[in-house]
Design a protein around this ligand. Structure first.
Ligand SMILES: [Zn+2]
Length: 147
């Protein structure tokens, strides 16, 4: 486990420092603090590793300028958003398909249920796989961070 910073230094500043998002004054503050504080220095090193690992994963997050708010935590926000986009897209596809079936063939209930479960089954399986994969990715990263 990484020791928490004894002075309660803001960890968001460290990731902002890595991304080059800080003002000169803030960056200077981080540099001074890193020189003094072993806990933050090791956290900073871990953030560098996480960032390198994230560059090697197939889940390439889009560049920061495409996001309304920049991801603050170590990639947790990005993976969560990707997961939600996939989940919502699949639920929408299944819902539209079921509604279309309902509208075009309201009399064939058995056929309708059959088609719906055909679409919903794989969709649910995919959603569960995606959710599990995202959770694994996240815990892997956090395990590395918390080491
Ligand atoms: Zn510190």
């Amino acid at each position: 486990m990484t020791d928490r910073c004894p002075t309660g230094f803001d960890e968001a500043l460290l990731s902002g420092f890595l991304d080059g998002e800080l003002t000169q004054v803030e960056a200077e503050r981080v540099r001074f603090h890193l020189a003094d504080c072993a806990a933050c220095r090791s956290l900073h090193e871990e953030l560098v590793h996480v960032r390198e690992a994230s560059r090697a994963t197939p889940f390439q997050p889009p560049p920061d300028d495409q996001w309304d708010e920049r991801p603050r935590g170590p990639l947790s926000l990005v993976t969560r958003r990707l997961g939600w986009v996939m989940l919502v897209a699949w639920v929408a596809v299944v819902a539209v398909f079921a509604a279309w079936q309902l509208a075009t063939a309201p009399e064939r209930l058995v056929f309708k249920l059959f088609v719906f479960s055909c679409a919903a089954g794989p969709a649910l399986l995919l959603v569960s796989v995606v959710v599990d994969r995202l959770r694994t990715l996240k815990t892997d990263r956090y395990r590395r961070v918390l080491k």
